[in-house]
Design a binder for this molecule. Sequence first.
Ligand code: PLP
Length: 408
Amino acid sequence: MRTDIVHKGAGKLTYEIRNIIGIAEKLQQMGVKVNLENIGDPVAKGEKIPAWMKAIVADLAMQDGSYGYCPTQGILETREFLARRNNRNGGVRITPEDIVFFNGLGEAITKVYGLLRSTARIITPSPTYTTHSASEAAHAGQPPVSYPLDPHDHWYPDTRELRRRVKYNPSVAGILLINPDNPTGAVYPESILREIVAIAGEFDLFIIADEIYQNLVYNGRKAKPLAEIIGDVPGLAMKGISKELPWPGARCGWIEFYNAGKDPHFARYVRSIHNAKMVEVCSTTLPQKAIPRIFGHPEYEGWLEERRRRYERLSNLAHEQLKNVPGVLVNRSDGAFYMSVVFEDGVLNGRQTLPIGIRDAGNLVEELTRDGDMQPDKRFVYYLLASSGICVVPLSSFNTELQGFRMT
Ligand code: PLP
């Protein structure tokens, strides 16, 4: 090449949740029975799609209109349905014009960060779902800017620290919150959400709320939607069907923009996202058609409630098993289907000596963990995988200062 052709942030696009699968596959070939707990796909974990939902999709699949492109922003009737659903709850009102569909939130996330001026930073939680932090770091070509979630306080955001970091970093233009959270399973209290909105208001920032798990909340909790408390601060919420239906293969998610016209910079940014979507023509048609029919189906709420009860049982079971293990800090999840485990300093130091039944697997792990600088939790995850077949993701790969990973 006559010149370097790679964006300076490209190296920041890493995704350990998938990387670990390559190792799991090698171990499977060696005869280790692997239990994939690294990815949030309820269908892959055996969840059944109810017959009434399949009937809706089958009916749509018989209609010629489901096979064409749809309007760039998304199907109008679906956007009208979603705007009505939002407006029923009080809070900020939206119109169908404030909604744009994407081919999954993965696409929405890359657009949201990719269209920001490279000097405008979004402060992301630590730990955070890596698609956000990696996309943010890639757009800036710099390490992520983050604020801590506190494992000693249910993984809630440390808002004092958030405020301090926003104050002393003038390049921060927006705050990301994920509620319910991936990877911690935390559901934020309304008071904390209001503090985050107040910080955004005070420093003239916008808010990005990833609310893909909004309706998967249990243990008697509720996740307050950003729309209900944002007031006149500019913001956007990301929603989708990958987890709630669950239909991740549909590649269908949407953004709701709040107070899009109140600030000229934010208004231009929102327009740029609309335009970027136009270049792509549109998002998946059939799932968009299905949304009002599925969400409006008489069995929908009961079916969702049954799933919430199941997640609650599983979350409490995992918490019960782990909470008394010495050196381990774990919080109960109240939403989504994840749990984060922190090891106290020193617990993971040194090389793990878990029994590894399969000789070749042991050799593979030896080889993979030879790097002396490897984060201790990552080494532990490799040993856990090879010795028990349980495939989880090291917390240090979620852009976090925890587990010995220092951000620079
Ligand atoms: N946001 C969060 C917090 C997620 O956990 C995920 C997927 O795991 C996504 C977004 C991406 O969802 P989609 O399947 O719509 O791309």
